[in-house]
Design a protein around this ligand. Structure first.
Ligand code: GYE
Length: 337
């Protein structure tokens, strides 16, 4: 989905952003401009309007906390809304932020398409938009940058972790995979599927995806869909879950069906939440490709740079690690989410 792998600058927004605001004591000229009609001399506080996807997962809870904490630490005034995984709620929140004349808008788009109109409205109001976590399929000139992970790489990493899990003693030779997909049309669901398939198609004719369906990134979704999968496809012996929460929900259904998660059904997931790590220490999840939700500090730094008139890369990627169940106990005490 995100094909903009080249690092561009935010020149398209530079003109607009310099006029919008400034940072505490960053530039005399723009401080005066930002103080505007109040005629004050103190630096203007940045107001950020943020539209969060929802509260669907442990990853999201950590992401929300990170954004709130880092806004406070950066002395940025945060207007926050939760869209309950509905695009119309996000569009409404963005329109509200435009009419409130916030300095900058940030959001994690629930799906990739359908944003052009509202992004054009923000641009016309000269309010820069910084995407975080998930990207959109819109013209890149409609937003400044994306602060978030490479989901296609995560799908590839999950496939490589599965290779390692299948190389362990006792692993099956016939590989019948069930996939629990994330929210349909979301960047992580599209790109994680793509990355995983790329490795499977290139190197593993023996891997068969026998069932693949969305569990909407929720624990309950994972539980329900896995229960149906197990009835329809008793041959499933591997689960690739697009996030930990769906994997954790699936574990409940696997156990209810009298099978052992991590043994009868090998499980690889993505995120690396606390509960995901605990499941690895119990041998119920075999491996996790980390997706770091602690994007707040980088997002606030980016916002300050953008509003200060500086240029930023078109995509600010996150560094992430891979974990096998054998590494989990040692890693767990150091996990931050
Ligand atoms: O993996 C999942 C969450 O967009 C990266 O959304 C995020 C995903 C994350 O619900 O747990």
């Amino acid at each position: 989905m995100l094909s903009r792998r080249n690092f561009l600058t935010s020149a398209a927004f530079a003109g607009a952003t310099v006029a919008v605001g400034t940072l505490d004591g960053c530039s005399k000229k723009s401080t005066a401009a930002a103080a505007g009609s109040s005629g004050g001399t103190s630096a203007k506080t940045i107001t950020l309007g943020f539209s969060q996807v929802g509260s669907e997962s442990g990853w999201r809870a950590a992401n929300t906390q990170s954004i709130k904490d880092s806004a406070t630490a950066a002395a940025i005034t945060l207007k926050f809304s939760d869209a309950e995984q509905k695009q119309e709620n996000q569009i409404q929140a963005i329109r509200d932020y435009i009419s409130q004349k916030v300095d900058v808008i940030s959001f994690s788009p629930v799906v990739t398409t359908g944003w052009d109109t509202v992004l054009k409205e923000a641009k016309a109001a000269k309010i820069p938009v910084v995407l975080t976590d998930r990207s959109v399929d819109s013209d890149p000139s409609l937003f400044v940058t994306l602060v978030g992970s490479d989901f296609e790489a995560e799908g590839e990493r999950a496939a490589h972790l599965l290779e390692k899990v299948l190389a362990l003693p006792g692993a099956p030779k016939t590989v019948n995979i069930a996939v629990l997909e994330g929210t349909t049309g979301s960047a992580p669901a599209i790109d994680r599927a793509k990355g995983f398939k790329k490795i499977a198609d290139a190197s593993h004719p023996e891997w068969k995806i026998v069932a693949s369906q969305t569990g909407d990134f929720t624990r309950d979704g994972g539980k329900q869909v896995m229960a149906a999968f197990l009835t329809a496809h008793p041959e499933i012996n591997v689960l690739f879950a697009h996030n930990d929460d769906m994997g954790l929900g699936a574990i409940t259904s696997i156990e209810a069906a009298g099978k052992k998660p991590g043994t009868d059904i090998l499980i690889v997931s993505i995120d690396g939440t606390h509960d995901g790590f605990v499941a690895m220490t119990q041998g119920k999840i075999n491996a996790i490709a980390e997706c770091n939700p602690l994007l707040g500090p980088q997002l606030m730094d980016t916002i300050k740079t953008v509003l200060g008139g500086g240029s930023v890369p078109a995509w600010i990627k996150t560094k992430e690690g891979d974990f096998m169940a054998a590494d989990a106990a040692a890693a767990l005490p150091n996990r931050k989410y």
